[in-house]
Structures are given as C-alpha cells and as structure tokens.
Design a protein around this ligand. Structure first.
Ligand code: FE2
Length: 259
C-alpha cells in the first residue's frame, strides 16, 4: 500500500497568508503517525511566477517527505526550472515522474505559456508514451496534471480547462495500468470518471472557488479565503485507488465534543 498526499494551488504570493496555510498542511502531514510516501503538488505553486515568489515557495515547501511539483497556469516554466528544479531556464514542458515500488506517478505539464487554459503538447505525449513503454507490465500508474480534462461545473475554471482531452481520455481508457488522473486548478474538490477511471480534482490550499450554482451575477468569481486548507490523501493498494479529502484546521484541533 502506498500513501500519496496531493497538495494543490498553493499560490505563494510573497505575503505570509498562503505560506502559513502551506506550513500548516506540511506540519499536519509530517506529524501523521503514518506519513505519506510522497507529496505531489498539482500546480499554481506561485501566484504570478516571479523569482521572488518561487524563492518563497521553495522555502515553504521544504520537508523531509519526498515532494514533487508540477506547474500550473499561474507558474512560469523558466523560473520554475531555475528555482524548483535548479536547472537552466527554458520554456519547454516540464514533465517528470517518480516511482514508489510498482507505482509510477507521471507529472504532466499541461500549461500553455501566457494562457490560463491547458493543453498537452506533442512533446508531452511522446514523453508519456516513452514512460509507459518503460513501465513494468504489472505496474500501476497515476497521471497528475494541473488542468482538469472535463467540465467541473465551475464558471471560473471550466472555460480554461484542458483543451482537446479526447486523446488523453483514449490513452487512459486503453492502458489498464493507469488507475486514475489527479488534477488541481478548480480550488474545490470534485470527482468523476475519465476514460472509465477516477478523475480526482483536489481542493486548493490557498482558497476555495464556488461552483456554477454559487454565482449570483455573470462574471462573479465566487472565491473564499476563509475555509481551512484542504488536501487529498490517495491510497494505492494493488490496483485500487481510494482518495480521502482532509481539511487542515488553521485554528487548531478540538479533540473533545464542545458543550
Ligand atoms: Fe490556482
């Protein structure tokens, strides 16, 4: 059994508010009697992609739990490479993978530089084909990317979701090793099926964005900074994926029923 924590949309913006929320989340994970085997951060690490924000993010996301980060539409590939990956700056897609036993996690770069919407480019599909060709036949695979490939009933995020998702959906459906797809971007929890497999969209650590039925007037962004940060804990047991949402209380814990 592998335990994978998904943390999303941290939006480090040079102010302390979001950094404190990330610190609470990492503290919660680090103090668990059973710590996660790894943490995946599914994009929008920074709010505006500046070097200063990445420096804050690198400090804020430091933990002794193995942590893997993919970019979102608020990120900047060149600055992400220089700071998070300590590589020379370049604008090519940032695709990465790691393994936990027989589980392979593919972190796909779904960003389009300068745009809010997402897409997987030919280079990324070629990279994924190669990774799957090298993955053992009896292994399992999770795909992680920032942009949900399906509408999630969000007036904010649906117009800038993953474009042209059919190719990815066909790939997910056709490879029995792929257990599910993890995404962020929505700032709310949502699940559905994609290629017959679970699509799990994680909430944001930074803020909550309401769904279509929470919008009063067209164009309103139903964002709320009050809710506690939330994360998803994914259990991979054999070929079964179980995903559990957990809020991390900023105000501490009350272990006795209040009267
Ligand atoms: Fe975001």
């Amino acid at each position: 059994m592998m335990l994978l924590a998904q943390v999303s949309d941290t939006h480090f913006d040079s102010d302390p508010h979001n950094a404190e929320r990330v610190a609470a989340v990492l503290g919660y994970l680090e103090r668990l009697p059973q710590r996660p085997d790894a943490i995946v951060v599914t994009g929008d690490i920074t709010d505006r992609g500046s070097l200063a924000q990445y420096e804050q993010a690198c400090k804020g996301l430091s933990t002794d739990i193995p942590l893997h980060i993919l970019p979102g539409n608020h990120d900047d590939r060149a600055n992400f490479r220089r700071t998070v990956l300590e590589l020379p700056a370049s604008d090519g897609p940032i695709n990465q993978s790691f393994s936990l036993g027989l589980l392979t996690v593919a972190l796909l770069d779904s960003t389009i530089p300068g745009e809010g919407a997402g897409s997987l480019c030919e280079q990324t599909y070629a990279w994924l084909d190669d990774l799957l060709a090298r993955t053992p036949a009896d292994g399992t695979v999770l795909l992680a990317l920032h942009h949900p490939p399906l509408p999630m009933y969000s007036t904010v995020v649906d117009p800038i979701r993953l474009r042209d998702p059919q190719r990815l959906e066909d790939l997910v459906a056709s490879d029995e090793r792929i257990l599910g797809v993890l995404a962020g971007h929505m700032h709310a929890m949502g699940t559905t099926l994609f290629g017959g497999k679970p699509l799990v969209v994680a909430p944001s650590v930074a803020s909550s964005i309401g769904c279509a039925w929470e919008v009063d007037t067209p164009g309103e962004v139903p964002i709320d900074y009050a809710p506690d940060p939330a994360i998803v804990l994914h259990v991979v047991d054999g070929s079964r994926l179980t995903s559990i949402v957990r809020q991390v209380p900023m105000g501490g814990r009350i272990p006795i029923q209040p009267r």
